[in-house]
Design a protein around this ligand. Sequence first.
Ligand code: SAM
Length: 232
Amino acid sequence: MSLKEILVKNNISQNTAEDFYKYYELLVDWNEKINLTAITEEDEVATKHFLDSLNAARGIVTDGMKVIDVGTGAGFPGLPVKIAYPGIKLTLVDSLQKRIGFLNQVIDTLALDGVETIHSRAEELGVNKQYREKYDLCVSRAVANLTTLCELCMPFVKVGGLFVSLKGPKAPEELELAAKAIELLGGKLEKIETYDVSDTDLNHNIVVIKKISHTPTKYPRKAPKPAKEPLY
Ligand code: SAM
């Protein structure tokens, strides 16, 4: 099946599927010059990138929400969420400038409003007052183990907001190790749920953490501490 057929079969409108196709074309084109993804077949990009990304938003995202995607790479999961839910305000963060160049091209081509891209490490942006505790929702996929990720992501979330992490099969073990960090950073586990990635035989996990109190100002620590000395 083509990318558009797969998306339409999964309840994406024809117009939105056209936008996803333009994103796909740019992804494979830029992937020739800079390393963006190992997945380039139409059906796999549709399922493993686009549809998988939307699992970070289903039942969570509402119009007007401020969303930040930390370590977005080629835009996952944040950009597919913005394409499917255009009413959100989105910030995409990545520490690699070349990937930011790609994201800007996609945003331009699809004429997306209300999206900003930031070239920064999360450790630096998370202490910046303009971004700290300013988001209703922080999403992230495939950036670090859950403990490190909590330190990178929780500082962006407002009290009352959510941090949503898309994880592979090891999510339950990662969650156990992250229990202390979640509490230290002002979070509380809301749920962990296994889901099928549509039209594949993959099972992934969504971890949803609610921010219940302010993150102490000493977090995030400077790089490389969150990765090298996780808060176990
Ligand atoms: N989230 C995307 C996905 O699911 O396809 C990209 C995953 S890729 C494996 C990890 C990305 O996180 C890379 O683009 C990398 O540059 C970025 N990254 C890693 N550590 C980061 C940090 N501390 N701050 C910001 N970006 C980071």
